[in-house]
Write a protein that binds this ligand. Structure first.
Ligand code: FES
Ligand code: FES
Length: 252
């Protein structure tokens, strides 16, 4: 019998987005093959979840797949069992965000961006690509910019986290209505935003950059913010805003 060519099916599809991690392999399958007409149906998957005591869940997946053998299309029923590791809530993690310590229970696959937004309500941190490409989600960890969508919250225990909500004018007093950080003010002065989605990340990256280089030229700014995309294409205004922020930080 000629070698069967089996249509591959992603076994992760049915658990995609469910917050679980595949930790085991398929442990068995049976095949029933019958001749039939060319394929007219889609692949069928029947998923049964079996709760078992302990940190795993067994999931039985029944699939109907189409197999081509020497120009004949056969139908197979494949039964597989996935062993899935449930991600437990960890013990309390202390997240120090903008000077306030938040004891939180987190799962070990939760990103810092998710926790900031969904658990702490700090929605100034934006998420766009969620893949480490756009820079929208940048926050400061101990003064250095990181991509919070690519950072596990569980690893941030005890670190000094600064989000856009944590920036303010260090000279502000209760009587001073202008509480913006000079970097934020630079963006306001030069209109360094359109829709504003990229702005929090760009400001925080600029903040860390200007702390290191208080007197940058345009090329320095372009390089420093090269990891911050702007879907609106407002790069020139953003760069001018950073130069304006540098001027303000130097005492204007
Ligand atoms: S949302 Fe984090 S890099 Fe795009
Ligand atoms: S201002 Fe809209 S993405 Fe940058």
């Amino acid at each position: 019998m000629a070698e069967a060519k089996v249509k591959l099916i992603s076994r992760r599809d049915f658990i995609k987005g469910s917050g679980v991690v595949v930790g085991g392999a398929a442990v068995g399958s049976t095949v029933l093959a019958v001749a039939c007409a060319p394929p007219t149906t889609e692949t069928v998957e029947v998923v049964r979840e079996v709760e078992v005591p302990g940190p795993t869940v067994e999931v039985e997946v029944e699939k109907e797949v189409l197999v081509e053998v020497e120009k004949e299309v056969l139908r197979e029923t494949v039964r597989e069992v996935e062993v899935i590791r449930q991600v437990p809530l960890k013990e309390v993690v202390n997240l120090n965000v903008n000077g306030v310590v938040h004891p939180l229970k987190v799962k070990d696959n939760w990103s810092l961006a998710f926790v900031l937004r969904q658990k702490l309500g700090l929605t100034g941190t934006k998420i766009s690509c969620d893949e480490g490409i756009c820079g929208f989600c940048a926050v400061l960890i101990d003064g250095k910019p990181i991509l919070s969508c690519q950072t596990l919250a569980i690893e941030m225990d005890g670190k000094d986290i600064t989000t856009i909500e944590g920036l303010q004018n260090p000279d502000a007093t209760q009587m001073n209505v202008n509480t913006l950080d000079p970097v934020q003010q630079g963006f306001v002065n030069k209109n360094g935003f359109m829709c504003g989605l990229c702005t929090p990340g760009a400001i925080l990256v600029a903040k860390a950059f200007l702390a290191k280089n208080p007197n940058p030229n345009l090329d320095d700014v372009k390089l420093a913010l090269s990891g911050n995309l702007c879907l609106c294409g407002g790069y020139e205004l953003i760069q001018q805003s950073v130069l304006e922020a540098a001027r303000l930080l130097r005492g204007g």
